[in-house]
Design a protein around this ligand. Sequence first.
Ligand SMILES: [Ca+2]
Ligand SMILES: [Zn+2]
Length: 233
Amino acid sequence: MLRTGIAVGAALVVTCAFGVTPAHAARITLAGTGFQVAARLGVTSVSPSRPYTVTFASAELRKRYLPHLTAAVAQMRAAGVKVTIGGVEHVDPAVCPPWGHIQYTQTYRPMGRGGYSRGMPCPAPEKGVSAGGVVTMDSEYFDGTWVIAPHQLRNTFVHEMLHTFGLGHPNRDLDGDGAVEFYECATDPHGTRPVMCSPNGGHGTARSAGRLTAFDIAGLKALLANSRQGDTG
Ligand SMILES: [Ca+2]
Ligand SMILES: [Zn+2]
């Protein structure tokens, strides 16, 4: 590797100059059992060194949302993502926040459909490294107009956050009927789907809801590893 380092570096410059996929792209991981890197918004990795901060549009939302995120954020830190819970700041769901901020706010039907929330990463970040994003929760969960089980609500909070880090839905045509269907995701020995499964993945008990499954953690670790691949180019 050392002997050919200069030659490889020169080749990379030429490759990039012609707009061809960089050499390191061949080594990044976009999918595995129970996880999927969305990639279509240009997010292919998570920084293992830069800090991420979860913030909220108001003190009231922070107080209401915090219990839903605590366990997952701790698991993400254990997996190597330098993410912490932050404070309150102005949120415009249509504008990307400062680098590394994951902003939570809520509006009525952010996806235009009842019961759906939205987690959007800032698109096309530098080197494909997740730069944060905005989670817009559907206000219907909180005014009683949309009935959602407590464990589903908690898993939804976490699901949308993981979208901002670059994970997509790991639904696959597992039964081979030619259609990728709702809930069609890998399951663990307990029958639990990834939090990122669409819709309503994650643990089904009050005690475990909001906790990442091993599938989701594998996805985050792939995103972190992808960042290290990018560093070598
Ligand atoms: Ca199917
Ligand atoms: Zn989703």
